[in-house]
Design a protein around this ligand. Structure first.
Ligand code: SF4
Ligand code: SF4
Length: 243
């Protein structure tokens, strides 16, 4: 992994980290870092464009707001929260990263994430790939029929859409119905063998939420509310989000 030196420059008094501390319970322990490196060692983004979670935290603590803003590091993080779980001081680095993303104006954030968030806002499926209610239902029914016919042991398998009162409401990443529809089937089989009463909804079926990754609070909330409404409208008891 290439070493990336931290160059001190500009103002030392951070406004960014102070704002994040205000959001976190007891300041999120952001000053308590032992520089042990456990966060970086388990981070799946370590080394991407020199990404180093420990250095990122040090940069924030040193008030290097401009350097953070210019860096790609905030966009390398997958928000997996692994660093927080291994951190002996329970420092919430993903929350810090989330807020670091907001240092960049929305329209200047990475195009892929921005476009996926905007696409998901276009209709109530919440699909970042723009798949419609009709497309999703057609693909599910088509794939189900194919598997029921070709695999007699699963001839009774169900993959219902808009079943009122089902126990579980299942979400599905858009990539599967759009590009790899067969990838939906293993989960159907598990649900079938477990005897689970489940359904998809034509509304709110897409599991992904790129507005969260975009650090767009308002639209993240809108996407979640759309999905919650879909679950409630069908009267399902449990929402199984596969993302
Ligand atoms: S794991 Fe926690 S204490 Fe250790 S370097 Fe990372 S943030 Fe600091
Ligand atoms: S939340 Fe981000 S910084 Fe922390 S381990 Fe995951 S990818 Fe790395």
């Amino acid at each position: 992994m290439a070493e990336q030196a931290i160059k001190l420059g500009g103002k030392k008094q951070s406004t960014f980290i102070d704002k994040v501390k205000e959001l976190l319970p007891e300041g999120g322990n952001l000053n308590l870092c032992l520089t042990c490196g456990a966060c970086s060692s388990g981070c799946p983004a370590t080394g991407l464009d020199g990404m180093d979670a420990r250095k990122f935290l040090r940069m924030a603590a040193l008030g290097m707001d401009e350097e953070i803003k210019k860096s790609k590091w905030p966009w390398m993080c997958s928000m997996c929260t692994r660093c927080m779980y291994v951190c002996p001081m329970k420092i919430n680095i993903p929350q810090l990263v989330y807020n670091a993303r907001k240092l960049t104006p929305r329209e200047e954030r990475p195009k892929g994430i921005l476009g996926s968030c905007d696409m998901a806002l276009r209709n109530d499926t919440c699909s970042a790939m723009g798949a419609t209610e009709e497309d999703f239902q057609f693909v599910v029914e088509d794939v189900l029929e194919e598997y029921r016919e070709s695999q007699p042991e699963f001839s009774e398998m169900k993959a219902q859409v808009n079943k009122q009162g089902a126990h579980y409401f299942l979400n599905q990443n858009s990539r599967e119905p759009v590009t790899e529809p067969d990838e939906m089937v293993p989960l159907w089989k598990i649900m079938h063998l477990a005897g689970a009463d489940w359904t998809y909804g034509t509304k709110g079926w897409a599991a992904e939420n790129y507005c969260m990754f975009l650090a767009d609070d308002e639209n993240w909330k809108h996407i979640v509310e759309t999905k919650v409404k879909a679950v409630e409208d069908l009267g399902c008891k449990v929402w199984l989000n596969t993302e």
